[in-house]
Write a protein that binds this ligand. Structure first.
Ligand code: GUN
Length: 299
């Protein structure tokens, strides 16, 4: 028998969190502090990156966070970019900044990430923040893993004692979300399995999962026969698939075969409108946190 499922509405949670962040920023300013300030560094003209950064900036504006995009052409040298990062590190009026990825091939992205002051690394990509996350110390948690956990928390979905299967072992989603769900926390206390391109028989693991987090970037990878009745399914995929019927010429396609999988689920995220809006709001959460720390309002 089909179970009715609940959509995990990232857009709605994004709206709620926007209001909360806006109220906190207003309070901060009313108490005589400067509003938080964020810069996004955008190198080149990648269509996806342009859209992500634009969405991040307009959401900041809506919450009273001062934000700017610092643009560079794709031929900027690694040395020049590192100098720009050093300038941002030294800007006392700047709470946080991100360098949008991917970067052009001639630039070593890891070198750039490691040049960012961890206290301004609101993306949570610096090894210091990655290390802090792995042992549960306060730092900055990267946006997508934080957004996924916040979505679970706000829908009161407990992962305590549950088997969570993460598909994908990326540094920005798979590994950190696995770490977060291992912590003695809520959400957390899960038994976590991470599957990847070398895992034999992925369906064996997913069929035994209470929660599936699909973050491998392969459209419709997760099929109905891979999912247990009543599972919670979180779809992180956002592959652009050509679609002539859309004004932009493409649509976003998740890693889950939604139409066939959803009827088996207790909860499932849509694409778009699930994890994406949570990722954006998580960056604002981190920027506010950086500002609170810089103003001595939080550790
Ligand atoms: N590219 C894709 N996702 C992200 C993100 O969360 N931060 C940055 N800086 N680049 C990205």
């Amino acid at each position: 028998m089909e179970t009715p499922y609940t959509l995990l509405d990232g857009k709605e949670i994004n709206r709620q969190m926007r209001e909360e962040i806006k109220a906190e920023v207003e309070k901060m300013v009313a108490e005589g502090h400067k509003s938080p300030r964020l810069i996004a560094v955008l190198v080149g003209h990648d269509g996806g990156s342009e859209t992500y950064v634009h969405n991040k900036m307009i959401t900041c504006e809506a919450c009273g966070i001062r934000s700017e995009t610092l643009r560079f052409e794709a031929d900027i040298t690694e040395e020049e970019l590192l100098k720009e990062v050093a300038k941002l590190n030294a800007d006392d009026d700047l709470d946080g900044f991100i360098v949008q990825l991917p970067l052009p091939k001639h630039i070593d992205a890891q070198k750039v990430i490691e040049a960012i002051d961890p206290r301004k690394d609101v993306d949570g990509f610096h090894p210091t923040n990655v290390g802090k996350l792995s042992i549960g110390l306060p730092g900055f948690v990267s946006a997508t893993p934080f957004g996924i956990c916040e979505l679970l928390r706000r829908y009161n979905i407990s992962t305590d004692g549950k088997h969570v299967v993460v598909l994908g072992r990326s540094d920005i989603v798979g590994k950190p979300v696995a770490q977060l769900l291992l912590h003695k926390d809520n959400p957390g206390n899960a038994t976590v399995t991470v599957c990847h391109s070398h895992t034999k028989d992925i369906a064996f693991y997913t069929r035994h999962a209470d929660v599936i987090i699909a973050a491998l970037g392969q459209p419709h990878f997760v099929k109905a026969d891979m999912v247990k009745e009543g599972a919670v399914v979180i779809d992180v995929g956002t592959t652009r698939v050509p679609d002539a019927s859309r004004a932009k010429g493409f649509r976003l396609c998740g890693d889950v075969d939604f139409d066939n999988v959803a009827p088996k689920c207790s909860y499932i995220t849509p694409v778009p409108g699930g994890v994406g809006p949570m990722t954006i709001i998580a960056l604002l959460h981190n920027t506010l946190l950086a500002a609170r720390r810089n103003r001595g309002l939080e550790k």
